[in-house]
Unconditional design. Structure first.
Length: 89
């Protein structure tokens, strides 16, 4: 049986990014990890990942959860470095 860490180790995203997907889509972490791999497979999916984290930031900001905003900012910075938005020609 795979542990959650095994699942996360398999993914091309880090735990914070997968947690952000789970939060945005209201999914268990393991399902969000699977979804992350599907999304990374297309330029449109990468754009969706960026949008999810930005939307989570907006919600946290609206809720006054400044700590969560900071966490998501770090997560988004990592995503931008490792999976930048595709250039649309």
């Amino acid at each position: 049986m795979l542990s959650m860490q095994d699942v996360l180790d398999y993914c091309d995203l880090d735990r914070g990014e997968i947690e952000a997907i789970a939060e945005h889509e209201h999914l268990p972490l393991a399902i969000a990890a699977e979804l992350s791999e599907v999304l990374l497979g297309t330029p449109e999916g990468v754009c969706q990942l960026h949008a999810m984290i930005l939307e989570n930031m907006q919600q946290a900001l609206a809720a006054g959860d400044n700590q969560r905003v900071l966490e998501l900012m770090e997560t988004y910075e990592h995503l931008k470095r490792t999976h930048p938005l595709p250039s649309m020609h």
